[in-house]
Design a protein around this ligand. Structure first.
Ligand code: C5P
Length: 284
């Protein structure tokens, strides 16, 4: 009897995100650096007679349409298995926040099924790209990576340990599709930053200051236009000398701290402004 597999599915932050062009397939080409954060969902996958995905607490994802269900169906199709598994996701990562929660869950499901069905031969990165653009990064299990194409080219990067960050959540949700649709060429300013960060990680030269200087995201303009909370929150934090960057397509914002003490100070200042701000660590 094959046993159940339980994996932690971490959230991510995009440390820099450059949109380099629009493709014929409607997606955009990216150059971005992903880093995992110590905030994670717990994903348990077990053999079962049919497909059932249980997400607790209920976050309002329509049953069957979630990325974990899609991952089971995609893996079943390429391996010739029945699309049958019991998936239980304990959600801690906020949804539609730019933290990659649903994609990370899907990546964990693919890894778990490859193990349960003993199919180490499947090209999980290529399969992941058919589920969503962020899924290839998560399926590699990398802590940090440079990601290109629409998300399917993943180049894991070495990291030396932890960087302290403060994550600022919004109650607003932003659909990735809407944010990309709002993107204009004039929003581009992050191309060099993604490459600078890739080199710094490759050579072990990452510092909090470098991360702050490179934290640029070409989706910031679109996210600010669609979600006034983003511009408003960044302006209020800037008045206290705190630079907030956008993760992915938002609306989640983050600040890079010098150390844990600095992260706790930043979180305190932001909470006094009425924001939901918490200190975390991220691979760096
Ligand atoms: O791949 P995923 O389903 O996560 O993407 C959601 C939407 O975001 C896509 O339908 C597309 O409109 C947009 N997108 C994009 N370029 C990317 C990733 C996503 O235009 N590299």
């Amino acid at each position: 009897m094959t046993r159940a597999v339980t994996l932690l599915a971490p959230a991510k932050i995009n440390l820099a995100l450059a949109v380099t062009g629009k493709r014929d397939d409607g997606y955009h080409d990216l150059r971005t650096v992903f880093a995992t954060v110590d905030l994670a969902d717990r994903v348990r996958v077990a053999p079962y007679r049919r497909l059932e995905v249980r997400i607790t607490p209920d976050v309002g994802v329509p049953p069957g349409d979630d990325l974990a269900s899609r991952a089971v169906r995609a893996m079943a199709k390429v391996t010739g298995h029945d699309p049958a598994a019991f998936v239980h996701i304990r959600k801690r990562i906020p949804v539609a926040a730019g933290l990659g929660g649903g994609s990370s869950d899907a990546g964990a499901v693919l890894r778990a099924l490859a193990s349960i069905w003993k199919r180490g031969d499947v090209d999980l990165v290529a399969l992941a790209a058919t589920i969503g653009s962020d899924v290839p990064f998560f399926v590699t299990g990398a802590r940090v990576a440079f990601v290109g194409g629409r998300g399917e080219r993943v180049e894991p990067l070495p990291d030396r340990g932890s960087i302290h960050v403060v994550i600022v959540r919004s109650r607003a949700r932003l659909a990735t599709k809407d944010v990309f649709a709002e993107f204009r060429v004039a929003d581009r300013h992050a191309a060099a930053s993604a490459d600078v960060l890739r080199d710094a990680f490759a050579h072990g030269q990452v510092t909090p200051q470098l991360l702050r200087d490179s934290a640029r995201n070409d989706l910031l303009g679109p996210a600010e236009r669609l979600c006034p909370w983003v511009a408003d929150t960044r302006a209020r934090a800037a008045a206290h000398d705190i630079a907030l960057a956008l993760s992915g397509s938002g609306p989640t914002l983050f600040a890079i701290a010098d150390d844990r003490r600095d992260a706790l100070r930043i979180a305190r200042v932001l909470r006094r402004l009425g924001l939901s701000a918490h200190a975390h660590t991220m691979a760096g």
